[in-house]
Design a protein around this ligand. Structure first.
Ligand code: AHM
Ligand code: MG
Length: 332
């Protein structure tokens, strides 16, 4: 083990990468503290009475879990006072959250999905927090438009996965590094530098129950995988679907694979299932930085110009050769 704490790592990164300002370092450090607090709440589970529904809905009409609301509050509370941010946006908040005027204002914008995969929370399966950092364009007062920047403008992206161990995975645009929470020390320790996704894979992740709603390129691709060694791919594939994007992406960063949440006839009107700004963009940055690829099936996700805050997109990401094949099938 490296023994390098997240704080020490950030100081070192800051020395070598001028894009990492003291404020950006502080943002990541305080997101990490918020994730520790969220991890503690999740870990207590039933004992703290935090499981189950909150009795409310988010702007997308999805029932919120108590832990969705708790995690969102923890992030807001941890982040609003440290003078680094101008505003925040969350999958669980209808509107952007401006830093109250009683606190010092910063130049950065923080976006997050406070508890991704929260439908899994009551059954004790891994969930996570996804985040992305943007810089605001000018000195004017922040509006929603400031958040509508393409994924290529992200200065940092990452997630925490609350699984058998709690891990935090980060990129500042110079590769992807992974930290594991030492629960006794209460510190994230660097456990893997420069994660790399193999270009080829024998593992795919998709919710097969949507099969009859898919478009034909997705039907074709999955059919070929299912034919295995008796089909055109001439090898057998294995399937995994956790239904927590963070857990599925973490597996892909660790050992490769392809993850798909395509648009289908059920989600066509809303544009897909996953959210561009809180899920697709940060995950795409991590995947690309680890040598993988990420598209909507048709175009690179990070190049999309967002149209609205809670925009949804189709997502195909992971091992490069598979993502390129799916994208080719769509564009043929
Ligand atoms: P959430 O942010 O409301 O938890 O929804 C996103 C989740 C992803 O983590 C996961 O990949 C997907 O929804 C699972 O969807 P489904 O239940 O349709 O399989
Ligand atoms: Mg989510």
């Amino acid at each position: 083990m490296s023994g390098i704490t997240l704080s020490r790592y950030l100081v070192e990164q800051q020395r070598n990468n001028p894009a990492i300002t003291p404020d950006l370092r502080l943002i990541v450090e305080s997101v990490a503290s918020a994730c520790k607090a969220i991890g503690v709440a999740i870990g207590k589970g039933e004992l703290a009475g935090v499981l189950g529904g909150a009795g409310s809905e988010n702007i997308q009409g999805e029932a919120q879990k108590k832990l969705d609301v708790i995690s969102n509050d923890i992030l807001i509370r941890t982040k609003q006072a440290n003078g680094t941010l101008a505003a925040m946006a969350s999958e669980e908040m209808d509107e952007i959250y401006l830093i109250p005027t009683e606190y010092p204002q910063g130049d950065y914008l923080l976006l997050f999905d406070p508890l991704d995969g929260s439908s899994n929370i009551d059954v004790n399966i891994s969930v996570g927090t996804i985040f992305s950092v943007l810089k605001k364009a000018d000195d004017n007062e922040v509006t929603v438009t400031d958040f509508l920047q393409p994924g290529t403008a992200q200065v940092c992206a990452g997630y925490a996965v609350y699984g058998p161990s709690t891990q935090m995975v980060l990129t500042f645009g110079q590769g992807v590094d992974c930290f594991t929470l030492d629960r006794e020390l209460g510190e994230f320790i660097l456990t893997q530098r420069q994660m790399r996704i193999p270009e080829d894979t024998k593992e795919f992740a998709i919710n097969m129950s949507n099969q009859r709603f898919w478009e034909s390129p997705v039907q074709r691709y999955i059919e070929e995988l299912l034919m295995g060694s008796t089909g055109p791919r001439e090898k057998d594939f294995n399937m995994r679907w956790v239904a927590s994007m963070v857990a599925d992406v973490h597996r892909i960063l660790t050992r490769g694979g392809v993850f798909m949440y395509p648009v289908d006839s059920k989600t066509r009107e809303q544009g897909g299932k996953l959210r561009l700004l809180y899920e697709a963009n940060p995950m795409s940055m991590l995947i690309e930085q680890a040598g993988g690829a990420s598209t909507t099936g048709r175009e690179r996700i990070m190049a999309l110009e967002p149209q609205k805050l809670h925009q949804r997109v189709p997502v195909v990401l992971g091992s490069k050769n598979e993502v390129e094949r799916v994208t080719r099938y769509h564009n043929e």
